[in-house]
Design a protein around this ligand. Structure first.
Ligand code: PEP
Ligand code: MN
Length: 237
């Protein structure tokens, strides 16, 4: 979830790369429900992402929370993440569009499909065609079991109504580590063009989203299962 230190990001990068991942996501600016939670290392965290990206050859992605930060985040990572809470931050969408950088746009927790697609349109309308849509779950009926309801049907629906690639985030989609693998597999079977999975070298000490983070062992065994599924489905991974 978050960039905590160079050592934590480098260890994570080595582990996910060895397991077959191609993109490294680490948040340096974290939107948190409480103002007293860990909010990320900001510029220092972005520098860590840039350094680890260079060292490992992994493509990097990090969240940008405001229009005035687009330049700074874009100078350090390959892809700009716009988080669920910012999906309708229109000045941010416009600035991200103008940057020309690839934009990873997450669906708002209560956003309809049309609202999501129109948010993407804000980026596209700036002449930036590099938009990736991310389904990350919507507000659940019952929060006692899951953090969000992972909307699997959104994957084929979004693909039918747009030409943009759709990536699934079963980590925020469930909020519970043991439900991440089943939903990641469901996402792949449903046609998702990618999955974003949160992992941590030691989830118990993670500064954010530890309860949904996979251990390195869980991550690599999920990657093996996804590779098996990709073979069965005849899709490239
Ligand atoms: C995240 O990706 O770590 C995150 C904060 O996700 P979301 O914006 O979907 O809540
Ligand atoms: Mn997170």
């Amino acid at each position: 979830c978050a960039v905590e230190s160079y050592e934590q990001v480098r260890a994570s990068a080595d582990l996910v790369k060895a397991a077959g991942a191609t993109v490294l996501r680490g948040g340096a600016c974290k939107p948190r429900t409480s103002p007293y939670s860990f909010h990320g290392l900001a510029e220092e965290g972005l520098k860590i992402m840039q350094q680890v990206g260079r060292e490992t050859g992994l493509v990097t992605i990090s969240e940008v929370m405001s229009a005035d930060m687009v330049g700074l985040v874009g100078d350090h990572v390959d892809i700009l993440q716009i988080g669920a809470r910012s999906m309708q931050n229109f000045p941010l969408l416009i600035e991200a569009g103008k940057s020309g950088k690839p934009v990873f746009l997450k669906r708002g927790p209560s956003a309809t499909i049309d609202e999501f697609l129109l948010a993407a349109e804000y980026v596209l309308s700036q002449g930036n065609s590099k938009v990736i849509l991310c389904e990350r779950g919507v507000i659940p009926l019952d929060r006692s079991y899951v953090r969000n309801t992972f909307d699997i049907s959104a994957i084929p629906v979004l693909q039918e109504h747009s030409h943009l690639p759709v990536v699934a985030d079963p980590s925020h989609g469930t909020g519970v580590a043991r439900y991440v693998a089943p939903m990641a597999k469901a996402a792949m079977v449903s046609g998702a063009q990618g999955v974003m999975i949160e992992m941590h070298p030691n989830p118990k000490v993670a500064l954010s989203d530890g309860s949904q983070a996979l251990t390195p062992e869980q991550f690599s065994s999920l990657m093996n299962e996804l590779r098996g599924l990709a073979g069965y489905l005849g899709v490239k991974m």
